[in-house]
Design a protein around this ligand. Structure first.
Ligand SMILES: [Zn+2]
Length: 151
């Protein structure tokens, strides 16, 4: 199987069978992220205990890239400290913008590295970074992370 095809399959898999989609019981932080240029709309919910992300889910809708990206992102940050998650967001956004290309950094993104070709698709960059940007924003500005989760 070609590598690019494998990446596409990972994206498809997260769309067909999202692992972290749904509503979280008593989340500590909730923030909505919208990408108007594509219509991607997510609401990310996180549970934080002693500075560690102990659980996370999202609701919303959007294109395959936005939804797969947020699903992979939540998968990666559960169990990580806020600082580690913020750092990962920086690495992911750097990769998507083509500013971070070293293998070690990209490997630290695990499955989310499968979205690296998005850097050649400028119109999809905002789709790919939506979940990560929202996560970074809510961890850095928890006072703003009090949105409502729509049923
Ligand atoms: Zn999109």
């Amino acid at each position: 199987m070609e590598l690019k095809q494998l990446y596409r399959e990972i994206v498809n898999e997260h769309n067909l069978r999202p692992v972290h989609k749904g509503k979280l019981e008593n989340p500590d932080l909730v923030m909505r992220g919208i990408n108007p240029s594509c219509g991607d709309d997510i609401t990310l919910q996180l549970k934080i205990e002693n500075g560690v992300i102990t659980d996370g889910k999202y609701v919303g809708s959007g294109c395959a890239i936005s939804q797969a990206s947020v699903d992979m992102m939540v998968d990666q940050i559960i169990g990580k400290s806020k600082e580690e998650a913020i750092k990962l967001a920086g690495t992911f956004m750097g990769m998507i913008k083509g500013e971070i290309t070293d293998e070690e950094s990209i490997e630290s993104l695990d499955e989310a590295a499968s979205l690296q070709d998005v850097r050649h698709m400028p119109a999809r960059v905002k789709c790919a970074v939506l979940g990560w940007h929202t996560m970074q924003e809510m961890l850095e500005h928890p006072e703003k992370a009090n949105d409502k989760v729509e049923e």
